[in-house]
Design a binder for this molecule. Structure first.
Ligand code: BGC
Length: 798
């Protein structure tokens, strides 16, 4: 049987290296390092990047006489640096030396990155190396490299060089190269003792101090060798060179144990003290790896999803689970960090936090609710900044930024570079106010899955009601229509940021934004009802909410305007129908890749604002986020008749007009097409599965994975293909009849009960494994059953 827990790359392929590095990133939620070779440096082929959760720094650049500031995701010191050379020879370099064999393997079950290779140097000396690397999931401050090295046809002196390099810049994304990319300032280096070194740096503006300590030891037959060691240091860099005599055919082991601490850590005296202490206590590779594997076992036990439909699909699903856990693991519970949309895997989108949580939390809620809570707190801690932003904009409540980083101010870049034309273009995507509804949606769904009343009534309600206040102040009443409207926004489809030939930014009545705002109002009223009365009084007072506001919310939630193109087709925004049709065929023939139509058109002096062409699902998000019952209810409230025809016609309309310039888009299409066209739904799902693995956008994955799409694929299996739905009174499971998936098995946590579910083409088996209470309600095909602890039930499917 094929090993579905590994990704194996045969052969050294320089042109694929940066993609492999992103996909072989090892992390533990706290810190992550790309899967670059230990001996590599940043160049055209390699990019060894190390990122810290929440590790941002701001820097200014002058562009055409204008100062702009960006907040970047800092590439922290490279702790990998490890190399060797035989006496008189050159340092190991895969670019210039003869590679006799090369194999790289990411073992996702054990969280180990392995490289096995044989090289021949200029003097014909052949050396075999097996390298193993771990970023510990248990001891989040510890990482370790293990090399086994065999001189196959030579004996003699060898030198190992083991370093810590703080002289790194942010250079992962070519488009950002004209911008200031120096973010670190050296603070000192130190030889701790004969085989241990220390590096101290800080970020230049945000003053995050990072300490790295490394201990390098050599062994033969398990006994420690006594190499001659020299320490070299210069500003921002320190290394130790270990010299020793090797004998032909024997295998030697080198271990480099690294401890990493920052000034943002909890329970520390000072990062340097802790880093030095940590490498003394960490033990050897075997010990670290044992603890690490145990921690991963626990995570896999909660998070794994088994499917039967081709080995590669199973493998890719696990790759997605793995990278989700490398980015946000239980290690970050309680830390002040959010979910970076590109993982901790690269510098794309500068580590910023967008609305992608919408695709990520449904998976986390059902397995790691404490983690979701912690990630929601990232938003709560930034509510003051959101209040300030709303006030500055003349609005009430809290207006969360489209892109969020360190302190919650708007981090969307002011201008971005179109690599196709070389032009710097104003970026108006910050007008995506729908991010606010996404946060509200996430709060509500976390509550629904966990029944965490403490969270909802305290932090959750404060954020939720502040967002409702914001929407209230965003709406204006249109007497003629007798409807409320929202003007000057951008929907999820970022291609449309204004009307053609208009100087005014934003669009009016983006259907998705309007319906979501109406939903927020409805839910806010419900939350006010269900929270404890004294808390309700407190909140109304603190947030200055009057009874008349509640009445207004009620009114808005029933009278929000939703534009239609013609009966049954929802318009993406008011006036969408007046735009020109886009000549898709012509452009598909003209360009190899038209995912990023915005860039293609700008390069031609044109703009997507003129066309009926969308980057990603926009209106259709509504049918992705809400269950049929829920969306029917929302529409009914709005006085709009919901019909299957409306859904299917809207799907057909936008399906032909979407370029899928965001990997998120396919997730939504797979979901909404399931009922109408299983083959198409499945094709979209498989595209999501290969998005990063095959880098289908041609060059984006080396700049970081697409976490929303990765987690979205997992959510598709549970919510779409298994038919799982978190309800108020029960956890519902209503599997559709599937043509493609033969088997699904997974475990979920619903309101503190662990439930195992497995599905094959004949039956659905549900086991109530363990939980805080002795009963749990599970609904199958419309009927609710009360499961007792330990109970297993089978449901035959026909
Ligand atoms: C998409 C956004 C997404 C962002 C980060 C953009 O390309 O259009 O919807 O939030 O990437 O993943």
């Amino acid at each position: 049987m094929k090993d579905n827990f590994s990704i194996v790359y045969e052969g050294w392929k320089p042109e694929k290296q940066k993609l492999r590095e992103a996909l072989c990133t090892l992390g533990n939620g706290y810190i992550a390092t790309r899967g670059a070779a230990e001996e590599s440096r940043s160049d055209d082929v390699n990019y060894p990047g190390t990122y810290l959760a929440g590790g941002f720094n701001r820097a200014k650049t002058e562009l055409s006489g204008k100062m702009i500031e960006n907040e970047d995701f800092v590439n922290f010191p490279n702790w990998l640096c490890l190399n060797f050379r035989a006496e008189g020879g050159a340092w190991l370099n895969l670019h210039s030396q003869k590679i006799l064999a090369y194999r790289q393997r990411l073992d996702m079950k054990c969280g180990i990155l392995m490289r096995e290779f044989r090289v021949e140097d200029e003097d014909g000396r052949i050396t075999a190396i097996t390298s193993k690397r771990i970023v510990s999931m248990r001891d989040k401050h510890i990482a370790v490299i293990h090399w086994s090295l065999t001189p196959e046809n030579w004996s003699g002196k060898i030198e190992f060089r083991s370093g810590l390099d703080g002289n790194v810049i942010n250079d992962n994304v070519a488009r950002y190269r004209e911008l200031e990319n120096r973010h670190l300032e050296p603070q000192g280096t130190e030889k701790i003792d004969d085989n241990a070194i220390f590096l101290f740096v800080s970020t230049r503006q945000s003053r995050i101090f990072m300490a790295q300590a490394a201990r390098t030891s050599l062994y033969h037959n398990e006994s420690e060798m006594s190499p001659v060691i020299t320490t070299n240091q210069r500003e921002g860099y320190i290394e130790q060179v270990l010299r020793v005599e090797l004998e032909e055919g024997k295998t030697y082991t080198l271990e480099k144990v690294v401890g990493i601490y920052t000034s943002r850590d909890r329970a520390i005296s000072e990062p340097g003290v802790e880093a030095k202490k940590s490498i003394k206590r960490a033990g050897r590779f075997e010990e670290i790896s044992f603890r690490h594997e145990e921690a991963l076992k626990t995570l896999w036990n909660r998070a794994d999803i088994g499917i039967i439909n081709g080995d590669s699909n199973q493998q890719l699903l696990r790759l997605h689970i793995f990278h989700l856990l490398q980015t946000v693991s239980t290690n970050i519970i309680g830390m002040d960090v959010g979910v970076p949309s590109r993982g901790l895997h690269g510098e794309g989108y500068r580590g910023h936090i967008f609305w992608d949580e919408l695709y990520i939390f449904p998976f986390l809620n059902l397995r790691f609710p404490d983690l979701t809570r912690s990630l929601l707190m990232y938003r709560y801690y930034r509510i003051e900044e959101a209040r300030f932003a709303a006030k500055e904009d003349g609005k009430k409540g809290a207006m969360y930024p489209w892109q969020s980083g360190s302190n919650g101010r708007e981090e969307t870049q002011v201008v971005h570079l179109n690599p196709q034309s070389g032009n710097w273009i104003p970026d108006n995507t910050h007008l995506q106010r729908h991010i606010n509804s996404a946060i509200a949606y996430n709060i509500w769904n976390y509550y629904l899955t966990t029944e965490d009343q403490q969270f909802l009534s305290y932090f959750g309600a404060e954020m939720f009601l502040s967002i409702a206040q914001f929407w209230e102040s965003m709406t204006s009443y249109n007497e003629e229509k007798d409807r409320y409207e929202i003007h000057g926004v951008v929907g999820p489809d970022e291609y449309h940021t204004s009307y053609p030939d208009s100087d005014q930014l934003g669009l009016n009545n983006n259907a998705y934004t309007n319906v979501m705002a109406a939903w927020v109002m409805q839910k806010a009223l419900h939350i006010v009802e269900i929270i404890e009365k004294s808390r309700r009084r407190e909140l109304m007072k603190e947030l200055h909410i009057q009874e008349t506001d509640l009445e207004l919310w009620q009114d808005i939630s029933t009278k929000m305007y939703v534009p239609f193109i013609e009966e049954d087709i929802i318009a993406q925004f008011e006036g969408y129908e007046k735009l020109d049709e886009f000549p898709w065929e012509e452009y598909r023939n003209k360009y190899e890749n038209i995912h990023r139509l915005d860039r293609v058109l700008e390069n031609e002096g044109d703009s997507p604002n003129r066309y009926k062409a969308s980057k990603q699902a926009d209106v259709l998000m509504l049918f992705y986020l809400f269950t049929k019952t829920e969306i029917q209810r929302i529409f009914k409230n709005l006085g709009i008749e919901y019909s299957e025809e409306m859904v299917s016609k809207s799907i057909a309309y936008y399906r032909e007009r979407t370029s899928h310039g965001s990997t998120l888009s396919r997730v939504v299409f797979s979901w909404i097409l399931l009922k109408y066209d299983q083959q198409q739904s499945w094709d979209n799902f498989e595209t999501v599965l290969i998005s990063d693995f095959e880098d289908i956008q041609g060059g984006t994955t080396p700049e970081g994975i697409h976490l929303g799409a990765m987690a979205g694929s997992l959510d598709l299996v549970q919510r779409a293909f298994l038919g799982l739905e978190v309800g108020e009174e029960a956890l519902w499971i209503d599997p559709p009849m599937l043509d493609h998936l033969k088997k699904i098995s997974l475990r979920v946590q619903y309101r503190r009960h662990w439930i195992a579910v497995s599905l094959d083409d004949k039956k659905l088996t549900i086991t109530f494994e363990t939980g805080w209470k002795n009963e749990v309600k599970i609904g199958v095909k419309g009927k609710i059953f009360e499961f007792k602890l330990g109970e297993v039930r089978e449901f035959l499917l026909n």
